[in-house]
Design a protein around this ligand. Sequence first.
Ligand SMILES: Cc1cc2nc3c(=O)[nH]c(=O)nc-3n(C[C@H](O)[C@H](O)[C@H](O)COP(=O)(O)OP(=O)(O)OC[C@H]3O[C@@H](n4cnc5c(N)ncnc54)[C@H](O)[C@@H]3O)c2cc1C
Length: 201
Amino acid sequence: MFDTLIIGGGVSGMSCALVLGSAKNKVFVTDKKIGIFTHQKNSSLQEAVFYNAYGITPGKLGSELLFESTQDLAQTYPHIVQIPNEKVIKVEGAFPDFTVTTNKNSYKTKSIVIGIGSANTFDIEGLMQYIEPHKKALPEKQRIQLKNNDHKVAEGIYVIGTLAGWRSQLAIAAGSGAAVATDILTLWNNGVQTHSHDSIR
Ligand SMILES: Cc1cc2nc3c(=O)[nH]c(=O)nc-3n(C[C@H](O)[C@H](O)[C@H](O)COP(=O)(O)OP(=O)(O)OC[C@H]3O[C@@H](n4cnc5c(N)ncnc54)[C@H](O)[C@@H]3O)c2cc1C
């Protein structure tokens, strides 16, 4: 049983995983099992090149980020379970007992975080009822988002990145994933506000 499973290994999903991973020494996190589906097809990153994203060396290819981000996560936070090459097709159940089914396996988790982008090809059975037109994209692009209130779709279900209704910029997607990570950390800390910082001191 996972405590949280992140669906989508693009910008928002990896950012969420990094912040959750970095909190590993907090007492309310040590017993938590965290996983991420790093299915990398259909990512906006495949064809992107970045000159305007904070902290990213100008000229960085999105395809490089896709590869390097999973390597960095594995090296820095090896306790985060990476599940590559599996596409999520179904979510069943309710908080705190979800079953996430992929094209290869199924997994039990207490909560899920969905960051698979805002394309209208979204096709995860069990989540279709939350789809609505994207409120911050051009109508002719027919983007979608999941209905949410500050990233929360329903008890134990969070949405991040462009699928949460944010405009398509790397920094916004990363911030949205990090924001939900701190929401989950706060929940695990019995509602007491928290975040995760490293320091040289
Ligand atoms: C050509 C192009 C150029 C861009 N240039 C810039 C730029 O210059 N500056 C900037 O700030 N932004 C740029 N962007 C935007 C930026 O890349 C996106 O805003 C950002 O990637 C969105 O992050 P996300 O997490 O919402 O989605 P993505 O990063 O697209 O991540 C979605 C992830 O979900 C996975 N996935 C999809 N379906 C499933 C499923 N069923 N099961 C499991 N996993 C699944 C995908 O494989 C992918 O890994 C560009 C985008 C494009 C397309």
